[in-house]
Design a protein around this ligand. Sequence first.
Ligand SMILES: *[C@@H]1O[C@H](CO)[C@@H](O)[C@H](O)[C@H]1NC(C)=O
Ligand SMILES: *[C@@H]1O[C@H](CO)[C@@H](O)[C@H](O)[C@H]1NC(C)=O
Ligand SMILES: *[C@@H]1O[C@H](CO)[C@@H](O)[C@H](O)[C@H]1NC(C)=O
Ligand SMILES: *[C@@H]1O[C@H](CO)[C@@H](O)[C@H](O)[C@H]1NC(C)=O
Ligand SMILES: *[C@@H]1O[C@H](CO)[C@@H](O)[C@H](O)[C@H]1NC(C)=O
Length: 338
Amino acid sequence: MSQSILRWTTLYTLFCTQVPPTDALNSSAFQSYQPAFANLLGDSPSIVELVTSDLQLFHEAGVYHAPTKALWVASDMITNSSNRFILRVTGLDSPSSIHVEYINHTIPNPVGAYRYVTGTPLGDIILFVAQGTMAKAPPGGIYALNPFPPYNSSLLLGSYGDYPFNSPDDVTVSPDGTIWMTDPVYGFGQGSRPVPLLPNQVYSFNPSTNDVRVVADGFGRPNGVKASPDGGTIYIGDTGAQIGNGTLDFQGPRTIYAFDRVGNFLTHRRVFATPQALASAPDGIKVDSHGNVWAAVFGKGVYVWDAEGTLLGTVALPGTVGNLGFGEPGFTNAISLA
Ligand SMILES: *[C@@H]1O[C@H](CO)[C@@H](O)[C@H](O)[C@H]1NC(C)=O
Ligand SMILES: *[C@@H]1O[C@H](CO)[C@@H](O)[C@H](O)[C@H]1NC(C)=O
Ligand SMILES: *[C@@H]1O[C@H](CO)[C@@H](O)[C@H](O)[C@H]1NC(C)=O
Ligand SMILES: *[C@@H]1O[C@H](CO)[C@@H](O)[C@H](O)[C@H]1NC(C)=O
Ligand SMILES: *[C@@H]1O[C@H](CO)[C@@H](O)[C@H](O)[C@H]1NC(C)=O
């Protein structure tokens, strides 16, 4: 397997099956807790820094679009820019071939993304969730972006009935085509959204029927969301320990929860995993084809658990990793904060 790792200012690639390039970070970055981790990474895993910036360009999303061999990334808030950037990164094989393209867009403060590959009616698109801004329009919610030129986009879901969303953070699609979205209150704390009118909760949206519903509540700050390969389990990260103003609340959650999906409901909420590193919290989550759960863990790097919640291993990265995404078989790209 091969994947991309998103660091806030730097984009890395984790090569899992190839001979390490000479510019790879040293092998002590890999900490194995179970033999299965070595099976997952191959004989000589390595991490290569692909591109770095003075700006926090490589913050969220981390969605690979295989037909165009492009990794889609959202930036953090950028000083002197009224909106977060969307970047299309190609030439991911090495630092010498990397190409970062800024995409013109009108999605208000895009954050998490997912490639919608499941059937109709939306076709081959990148879903982006957007926090929104202080303005009423365009609203926070779910947008569809065309991964082919001219990269146009359109709004799919802009409110929960009468309520504007707080500041949507991450999105995924289960195999039946249902869209799942987390909506923490971070935008208000960051001064980019009005006073929240909704709790910290998670929504599902069926684009075939327009059925939108609250599927889970009781979170501190719901953050990453992904489904198991069969769609029967939904993983939701809670970074409630991070209030969003720089203060760490040690009484708050920093945990990935698992839920069983039964029909259109989420049941059997349970703690799936909590990273042990001091002051760490799981941000972006991705699930591989074996059902292993990969999380970008603030302050540490990438953590990998099997579907039973056993920690298989960790990959240390400098800075704070915000998200990751799987690329071509054999490598992962990760985004992190220097
Ligand atoms: C090796 O990489 C790890 C993780 O990035 C880092 O903490 C360590 O300082 C590195 N060691 C050397 C000798 O470069
Ligand atoms: C950009 O923002 C910085 C920090 O807020 C400010 O000092 C600087 O003047 C701004 N530059 C421009 C060109 O607006
Ligand atoms: C992006 O938009 C600006 C302003 O409308 C335009 O000048 C520029 O050519 C556009 N870039 C691309 C790549 O479409
Ligand atoms: C992009 O524009 C085309 C042509 O107007 C339209 O058919 C398509 O739905 C648009 N795609 C998105 C994702 O908005
Ligand atoms: C962040 O918010 C908490 C809760 O309102 C408050 O106790 C703390 O002082 C705030 N920290 C900063 C740095 O503003």
